[in-house]
Ligand binder design. Structure first.
Ligand SMILES: Cc1cc2nc3c(=O)[nH]c(=O)nc-3n(C[C@H](O)[C@H](O)[C@H](O)COP(=O)(O)OP(=O)(O)OC[C@H]3O[C@@H](n4cnc5c(N)ncnc54)[C@H](O)[C@@H]3O)c2cc1C
Length: 413
């Protein structure tokens, strides 16, 4: 079979092994010389690609729920969507969730994903109580921050390199409603949006859509979305209408002019300020899940997402240099997102560090990789790093400089 990450670049020929029980896995795992887990393939780049892959989508049972503590135990192929569907009507929601619910628990742990509340709640690993990990020799060990802590810290964010995550216990947060009380603020430039993030630090969720092509006084103009769980309303979200991109669109329609035009209309359409509107949880957290196969929009060559984080000290200056480069190259995209991160955790390869993270989609084209090399230099010179789960072309040097913790322990030399 041919597989790719969400960016549809690269595609590789691969042999997949599906399993439903530990024993089936053990049989196959011992025979495989080299393999990696391919779960829901929502990581954009090549992290889950190999000639032999272990597919977890049939290893997908919810095993137990402790209703007093809000702890769900499940197999690693269960998706966030399945957890939400089962537990939101009972008043429980994920404590940390990325911008799609169509990923597996194993993928959430392996990338140590973050959401719009990183500044308050940290990464996904903060709600991982424990998991069982199958090591390359077939041994199964239980890991938590207290039990085999080194393996726990290497596996959360470790991109599947330490073994196969089997069952995991995840702590959910109690909620009273399937709605978010949302505030939207239009920000006139980068300085304005950074100031608003800081002013709203105590708000649970914050994220900004940013116009990556705007220049001059308007550089970094954004729409900041803030949210808190509503304390009233139904616990079942309204049924969502979904659309699907039926075929791969010609990438020619995505260019500097169409993106600029879209950005102009999107920005202008937003109210200058809205406070307190009730937004369904799915609309607030997962707007892109409404559009099936939206990754086909970038054409047959596919696309990549470049996500970087710059420490707070780099501040507006660092982000401004990045945005200058991107807008001068004219290669930006509709999807450019800015988020505020809180402190880094002690996992060796987790991406977040205290500062600002910018994520941008780019269609694959000849001029792109030299631009990304330039962006890497800016990121490193400001003490930042690039997110592994989105990456498809990072050099060893960029990895080494961005992730100094990789030397901790004996697992990553
Ligand atoms: C629309 C969209 C929005 C997103 N938003 C965010 C966001 O806001 N924040 C964020 O952090 N990420 C975000 N992501 C990225 C996504 O959350 C991660 O890439 C996630 O890891 C994908 O999970 P998956 O189940 O699809 O795993 P895959 O993509 O299949 O695999 C990802 C990695 O996890 C490893 N892995 C998966 N399962 C296991 C297992 N059982 N044992 C060991 N290793 C395993 C794989 O080997 C691979 O290295 C987004 C992705 C999309 C498409």
């Amino acid at each position: 079979m041919k597989i790719s990450g969400w960016g549809r670049f690269p595609y590789i020929e691969s042999e997949g092994f599906y399993f439903e029980t530990r024993n089936q896995l053990l049989d196959s795992f011992r025979k495989q010389q080299e393999c990696i887990v391919y779960a829901r393939g929502r990581s954009y780049g090549d992290s889950a690609l190999n000639r032999h892959v272990i597919c977890t989508d049939r290893f997908d049972k919810i095993l137990a729920f402790d209703a007093a503590e809000g702890i769900v135990t499940c197999e690693s192929g269960v998706t966030l969507a399945e957890i939400i569907e089962a537990f939101l009507p009972r008043g429980w929601f994920l404590s940390v969730t990325p911008g799609t619910r169509l990923i597996s628990i194993g993928g959430a742990i392996a990338s140590d994903v973050h959401g719009k509340n990183h500044h308050k709640a940290g990464c996904f690993s903060t709600c991982v109580v424990s998991f069982n990990l199958m090591l390359p020799d077939g041994d199964i060990v239980r890991c938590s921050s207290k039990e085999n802590p080194e393996l726990f810290h290497a596996t959360c964010g470790g991109m599947g390199l330490t073994g196969i995550i089997l069952e995991a216990a995840i702590r959910l947060q109690p909620v009273k409603s399937a709605y978010i009380r949302e505030k939207v603020i239009r920000c006139k430039n980068l300085e304005d949006v950074i100031q608003r993030f800081e002013d709203n630090f105590d708000t649970a969720y914050s994220v900004a859509w940013i116009d990556c092509l705007a220049k001059g006084d308007e550089q970094g103009r954004s729409v900041l979305m803030l949210g808190e769980h509503a304390d009233s309303g139904r616990l079942s979200p309204p049924v969502e209408k979904t659309l699907s991109v039926p075929f791969t669109s010609p990438a020619i329609f995505l260019n500097k002019f169409s993106v600029s035009l879209f950005n102009h209309f999107y920005y202008s359409r937003q109210p200058v300020f809205t406070d307190g509107r009730l937004t369904p949880i799915h609309t607030f957290f997962y707007p892109l899940d409404k559009i099936g196969h939206w990754n086909r929009m970038y054409g047959s060559n596919g696309f990549t997402q470049y996500q970087l984080v710059l420490p707070k000290e780099a501040g507006k200056e660092g982000l401004s240099v990045m945005l200058d480069k991107i807008s001068n190259a004219g290669l930006g995209s509709f999807l450019a997102v800015l988020k505020l991160f809180g402190a880094a955790n002690s996992n060796y390869l987790s991406f977040p560090m205290e500062g600002y993270t910018l994520a941008l989609d780019f269609k694959i084209q000849k001029k792109l990789f030299p631009l990304l090399d330039e962006l890497d230099k800016i990121v490193l010179s400001h003490g930042g790093r690039v997110y592994l789960t989105k990456d498809v072309r990072m050099s060893t040097e960029v990895f080494r400089s961005g992730y100094p913790q990789r030397h901790v322990g004996h697992l990553y030399r």
